[in-house]
Design a protein. Sequence first.
Length: 297
Amino acid sequence: MSQTKANVMLFVVTIFWGSSYLFMKMGLGSVQPFALIAWRFSIAFLLSAFIFRKRLLRIDIKTFKSAVILGTLLFLVFAFVTVGVQSTSTSHAGFLVSLTVIFVPLFSAVFFKKKPEKRVIVGVFLAMVGIGFLTLNHELVISYGDVMCMLTAVCYAFHIIATEQLTKNVDSLALGVLQLGVCGGLSLVCSLLLEAPAFPSDSASWIAILALSVLCSAIGFVVQTVAQKYTSAAHTGLIFSLEPVFAALFGYLFLGEMLSAKGYVGAALVLIGVIYAQLHTKKRRQKNISVKNAIEA
């Protein structure tokens, strides 16, 4: 698989995840946080495991251990964000979770001595300025929900970096499926210990759970795990910075929410940042190929 194809797959995943804020709000209307995560990832795991059951029969201990690590990080991501969206605004949550795009190259530099490339730094800068324009209002106050969303971004960055490292030399598809099961299992335990689990009480909650399970989890995280084997963590974080743009689009289409002029400027800056980084990569790769061919000739 080429890096371009992998990046396109991650772009589609980002569209699904942009819809997740809408579906989480719907689901939390009648389901408690850990129960919602448990429903979401358990259904996603069972569906994915049935489809790819032959691949799961061939897993080794290395793949299983990697799945435990990724599944635990995934659980932390969604535990924090699901609790966070209950006590902060959508704009705060969108901005703070998108801090992932900053934490990925930062943590990569700290733990793996990977100095961020200039094009990535420029893309990250444009994306972060855009996210700020898109989501921040004039009264930013750090609340409990804001702290939860910042912790989400930290865990999400570690998940992206760990995925890049752990997909090497394993069946990335089986790994993507197994991490869903680990996340669902941990969520179920927390729900049984800390909540009073109950079935969703209305059709809107079921629609939200199924959308989160199939589109945002079963497809989303399996595709992410496979695609990240062929692209970098920095590119992944940058593409995922488009999430608040799609969240705003879904808000407009289904809730009639309108972006302000500042919001449209922000969305444009995020898109420019992503496109700049990807086109620059393609041009440089073509230049390197041309130089290599000239040397060999």
